[in-house]
Ligand binder design. Structure first.
Ligand SMILES: Cc1cc2nc3c(=O)[nH]c(=O)nc-3n(C[C@H](O)[C@H](O)[C@H](O)COP(=O)(O)OP(=O)(O)OC[C@H]3O[C@@H](n4cnc5c(N)ncnc54)[C@H](O)[C@@H]3O)c2cc1C
Length: 403
């Protein structure tokens, strides 16, 4: 066990600066352009791969940090640069987490690197859970996986909705129902390898924010994958299904296990956006004059900034605690959800206040704060909405099945 400590160590400080420099020098200058284009920012992701910021080694090193803080520190800087491009760089990590959380060590070794490729051949991963009729309610997934024992082969059918990197990814991790009667206890995760016939991209969504990140439907039409693509293996699945049928606890469900581990990281994304808007608004409020003095000299504006700074620091403390607990203990009171909920709601409020502080300029696309406001909002929706985070916390603190 590593002590919880608020001072970053030398390695963490170096990584923080390295990511910040990339965010400032490479991401920020092109953020507006990629937001307007609403396209996946390949050149930026390739540049991130060249310096080792997009890649399996960076992810493994960051996730291997015993304090748990390296990943949220790096993500905060990345998303301070831009959330859409940040998501394009971080999107594959969700697939990697899905593999790491549910796969055997051999499957992790084989498939996580393929979610990233190499610096000269960048590849992408996608984690496919949500469906048109099942977002928060992951127990209602309709995508089915059927096993053919003679061929040792699984056939997947269904449609996934709002998938980051969906259809453009090389490796798709798909959560499907194996036994619909068992609801979420009858689900399993599968790897769909690159170029597997039957997997295609459905509609690409036009979004409110994080528009440089690609989000699309994934259609699975008689997709056949070998038995080795079932994450965790058949024996483990069979014993889980048998226990579920006998109504014995089956442990964590595949999608839930992944989301639990990634919540502090999603909080850190929102934190980066909030900090960007706060810093911009603070500088602006010192420069902008109204009634013969800088607007910050009015308490109405200064107190907004004081509130923004405090909420941002509170969010960071919750994120760091949750990231540390994920490595050095267990979540007792929904600490992962607390961090994600607090940071994402803070990002929405802080970016809105930043628009208010910039007045008319803030409302136009000439200034970045309206983009940051659009980008902030997704964090209250994906990887568990704010309402779902509150359910997780309420259940954890009460021990009751709050609905
Ligand atoms: C840009 C983007 C990227 C995404 N990327 C991915 C991805 O890579 N992989 C993936 O699998 N999914 C992804 N998603 C999907 C995302 O996780 C879901 O949209 C989210 O979980 C919410 O599900 P839903 O949209 O079906 O909303 P619903 O579940 O229909 O919820 C609608 C509203 O009802 C509320 N609600 C629902 N149930 C309850 C309840 N029990 N109590 C109180 N309130 C409730 C919700 O909080 C929400 O306010 C992405 C979504 C977006 C927009």
């Amino acid at each position: 066990m590593t002590d919880f400590w608020l001072n970053l160590n030398e390695d963490q400080l170096q990584i923080q600066k390295w990511v910040h420099d990339f965010a400032e020098g490479v991401i920020r200058p092109v953020a507006e352009e990629w937001d307007e284009r609403e396209e996946f920012p390949w050149p930026v992701v390739q540049e991130a791969a060249q310096i080792g910021l997009y890649g399996v080694d960076f992810l493994m090193n960051a996730m291997g940090d015993p304090t748990g803080l390296t990943l949220p520190v790096a993500i905060e800087e990345l998303f301070w640069g831009d959330a859409g491009i940040g998501m394009a760089i971080m999107g594959s990590a969700l697939a990697a987490a899905g593999i790491a959380g549910n796969g055997t060590p051999e499957q992790v070794m084989e498939w996580v690197p393929q979610c990233y490729g190499t610096a000269d051949n960048v590849m992408l991963g996608a984690f496919c859970v949500s469906e048109p009729d099942a977002g928060s309610d992951v127990s209602s997934l309709r995508t089915r996986a059927v096993y053919d024992e003679a061929k040792d082969e699984w056939t997947l059918n269904g449609t996934k909705a709002w998938i980051t990197n969906g259809g453009i990814a090389d490796v798709h991790v798909v959560v499907a129902s194996v036994d619909a009667e068992l609801k979420s206890k009858g689900q399993a995760s599968f790897i769909v390898p690159p170029n597997t016939p039957g997997l295609s991209m459905g509609q690409k969504y036009k979004k409110h924010g994080i528009r440089a990140s690609h989000t699309a439907e994934v259609v699975l039409d008689d997709v056949k994958v070998p038995g080795s693509c079932l994450l965790g293996g058949k024996e483990k699945l069979d014993s889980k299904l048998a226990r579920a049928r006998e109504n014995v606890s089956t442990g964590k469900q595949p999608a839930m296990a992944t989301f639990e581990a990634t919540r502090p990281a999603v909080g850190a994304q929102a934190l980066g956006v909030a900090r960007a808007a706060y810093e911009y608004a603070l500088d602006y409020a010192k420069e902008r004059h109204a009634f013969g003095k800088p607007i910050i000299m009015n308490q109405a504006i200064a107190f907004k900034l004081a509130n923004m700074a405090t909420e941002i620091d509170a969010s960071r403390l919750l994120i760091w605690r949750a990231a540390w607990l994920a490595k050095n203990g267990t979540f007792k009171n929904g600490e992962g959800s607390m961090s994600k909920w607090k940071a994402s709601e803070t990002a929405v409020r802080v970016t809105e206040e930043a628009i208010q502080i910039l007045g008319g300029y803030g409302y136009t696309r000439e200034y970045p704060v309206e983009r940051w406001h659009r980008d902030a909002k997704i964090h209250t929706i994906f990887e568990g909405t704010s309402e779902i985070q509150q359910i997780v916390i309420a259940r954890a603190i009460s021990g009751l099945r709050i609905e």
